[in-house]
Design a protein around this ligand. Structure first.
Ligand code: GLU
Length: 434
């Protein structure tokens, strides 16, 4: 029993050194192979594929390769000046200390006001939770609620982190394939069929990562009608791409469509995408008090709160003007149209025009089974994306990461010139397949 011997040895050392610096070799060398320190709950979880793709493209670029990165889900625009200025002023005012776990009073008020003004949702200050990015808010919600065997309905394609966080807490992601025929959206029938007595949550994400698909009012109405029949199902709606939609699309969120769902909906948002603040790390949500209290309790035992500076910046973002968005959304729309057109011209690729976000999700079905000039056989979308990076120097993310193959995700949040060049390379790559 090496662990027992090790434990008692370390207790002895610790008490002998109590109160003073006591160097201890780590890990202790016993000649016996150590038992893994890792918890079982990690066995079903993998590193985030979107982060991995972004990191890999950055590494290749740093090595001097002329890689065009269409992998990262991050706006190429800068954080607006008035937001940066608010952060600087907060530092100068000395706002560099702990804040309440749920966020500063000014931030919580700004969040409540945002939901009222933009979404017609009435929340109270005690219904607010904030996290270090939207991802942490999701993490806190699932940690606080998901137990062994609980089912979480995740329409596929989905953003990579939903299922893995569910798995981390012993839950079971229940995937509902939402193909091109349904414009990558969950139908009322699909939802009805997926619900069981074990269903705890439905995850909605509109506009969606990775497809850009956004739900219309009537589509949300149809889902709400199903949910009204199943009062045990909670709804997590991730609205982080709310402001990024095109062609006059009207964004709505489910609790706005059906107020009877308000007492079992977590409405989640963040500043990363619309305000180009990915690195600041700020996500927020409102929901029923019992849930929010639990999430804030979890938060108090982990990060405590997002940084005080980011909170001040977020107050400026939420309370400030949104006019900077218009030219940015015009640029995104132009790039979306450019990417869709050029990708549809590529041999074996078909691409729908989505309503929002800054992604397109083309099918590469016509390239599967073919061989690249370097002799690679493309059996899956992962092969396609790997060969595209290696042979055409374009970074994208494979559809298998998002639960629907054979597709790949392209983030068009990059300059028109880089996007055009990348699409030309994709066309040539597809042309050269045999
Ligand atoms: N949400 C972005 C993406 O999908 C950022 C990376 C991540 O957190 O997954 O690329």
């Amino acid at each position: 029993m090496p662990s027992r011997a090790g434990a008692s040895a370390s207790v002895r050392v610790a008490s002998a050194c109590a109160g003073q610096y006591c160097p201890r070799p780590f890990p202790p060398f016993s000649g016996v192979k150590a038992v893994s320190i890792l918890a079982n709950r990690l066995s079903a979880v993998k590193p985030s594929p979107t982060i991995a793709a972004t990191t890999k493209a950055a590494e290749l670029k740093a090595k001097g390769l002329d890689v065009i990165g269409l992998g990262a889900g991050e706006p190429d625009f800068d954080t607006p000046d008035h937001i940066k200025e608010a952060a600087k002023l907060a530092i100068d005012r000395g706002e560099t200390k702990y804040t309440p776990t749920a966020g500063t009073p000014a931030l919580r008020k700004a969040i409540v006001d945002k939901f009222k003004r933009e979404n017609g949702l009435d929340y109270k200050i005690e219904q607010v939770t904030v996290g270090v990015g939207g991802k942490q808010v999701i993490f806190n919600a699932f940690l606080a609620t998901v137990q062994e065997g609980d089912e979480v309905i995740v329409p596929a394609p989905y953003w990579v982190s939903y299922p893995d966080i569910v798995l981390m807490f012993g839950g079971k992601p229940v995937f509902v394939p939402c193909g091109e025929n349904s414009r990558f959206k969950l139908s009322a029938e699909g939802l009805e069929q997926a619900i069981t007595p074990k269903t705890k949550w439905l995850v909605l994400n509109s506009p969606n990562n990775p497809t850009g698909a956004a739900y219309t009012e009537s589509e949300l109405r149809a889902l709400a009608d199903v949910l009204l029949k199943h009062p045990h199902v909670w709804i997590m709606t991730d609205d982080i791409y709310e402001h990024l939609n095109y062609d006059g699309f009207k964004f709505t969120t489910i609790a706005q469509i059906e107020p009877k769902l308000l007492d079992r909906t977590l409405t989640l948002n963040g500043v990363s995408k619309a305000f180009a603040m990915t690195g600041w790390r700020m996500g927020y949500a409102c929901g029923p008090v019992e849930l929010i209290k639990a999430m804030n309790m979890v938060q108090s035992q982990s990060a405590s709160h997002p940084t005080s500076i980011t909170q001040a910046a977020t107050v400026a973002a939420l309370n400030g003007p949104l006019d900077f968005l218009k030219p940015r959304n015009e640029a995104f729309k132009r790039r979306r149209d450019l990417a869709v057109k050029m990708l549809n011209e590529a041999k074996g690729i078909t691409c729908q025009t989505p309503e929002g976000a800054f992604y397109v999700y083309p099918s590469c079905a016509g390239a599967i089974g073919k061989t690249t000039p370097k002799g690679r056989k493309l059996a899956t979308d992962t092969d396609f994306v790997e060969a595209l990076l290696d042979e055409a120097l374009v970074a994208a993310v494979q559809g298998s990461a998002f639960g629907l193959s054979p597709y790949f995700r392209i983030s068009y949040a990059t300059s028109d010139a880089a996007l055009t060049e990348a699409c030309k390379r994709i066309q040539k790559f597809c042309d050269d397949l045999r």
